[in-house]
Ligand binder design. Structure first.
Ligand SMILES: Cc1cc2nc3c(=O)[nH]c(=O)nc-3n(C[C@H](O)[C@H](O)[C@H](O)COP(=O)(O)O)c2cc1C
Length: 182
């Protein structure tokens, strides 16, 4: 099972994340959790989120970049769902817990900035991989395997053909992960 955590604050305005999502949501073994649809009031059901993660070998976080990090609801999701006594720390009996240990995490992010802008010499001065350090470190702290991020750059410049190719490539990536987990 692959759980895809989808976080787009304005899904009706989305072009790129919508296309990526549509390319994978019919895959067998993919379960979509659209955070902004599930929790428009930001009251995240942590137990439901944890149950979905517990059943999955692969977890995908998909979102547009927002001021160099995640949309606000995904940030809150980390706080509420990756809780002490479940994702890390100890249970009431004093046993060490790490519910996500060994699961594979794929970070899928789309950026308005072109790839060249995400470099030492570009106007963003850092790579997207560097921007993702807190997410990577969170995954590692929870005992997860960090996969090479899936990045779609320069979303404003993607023509229809390139966008369709990006969507196909995303589907191929998730198929590979599902096959490896089977
Ligand atoms: C409030 C806001 C903040 C944004 N911050 C960034 C950013 O930090 N870096 C970047 O490359 N693009 C940024 N963008 C551009 C979005 O990432 C881009 O529009 C999105 O990836 C396109 O995907 P979509 O068609 O699914 O919305 C931002 C856009 C908005 C509206």
């Amino acid at each position: 099972m692959l759980t895809l955590i989808y976080a787009h604050p304005y899904p009706l305005h989305s072009r790129v994340n919508r296309a990526l999502r549509q390319a994978v949501e019919d895959l067998q073994g993919v379960r979509m959790r659209d955070l902004y649809a599930l929790y428009p009031d930001f009251h995240i059901d942590a137990a439901a989120e944890q149950a979905a993660l517990a059943e999955s070998q692969i977890i995908v976080l998909q979102h547009p970049m927002r001021w160099y990090h995640t949309p606000a609801l995904l940030s809150l999701w980390f706080e509420k769902v990756l809780a002490y006594g479940w994702a890390y720390g100890h249970d009431p009996a004093g046993q060490r817990v790490q519910a996500l240990q060994g699961k594979r995490l794929l970070w899928t992010v789309t950026t308005g900035g072109a790839q060249a802008a995400y470099s030492r010499d570009g106007y963003n001065q850092h790579t997207v991989h560097e921007m993702g350090a807190p997410i990577r470190q969170t995954a590692l702290y929870c005992g997860m395997e960090w996969l090479e991020p899936h990045i779609v750059y320069g979303t404003g410049q993607l023509d229809t053909v390139t966008l369709a190719e990006a969507a196909r490539s995303y589907r191929g990536r998730l198929v590979e992960l599902l096959e490896a987990a089977a």
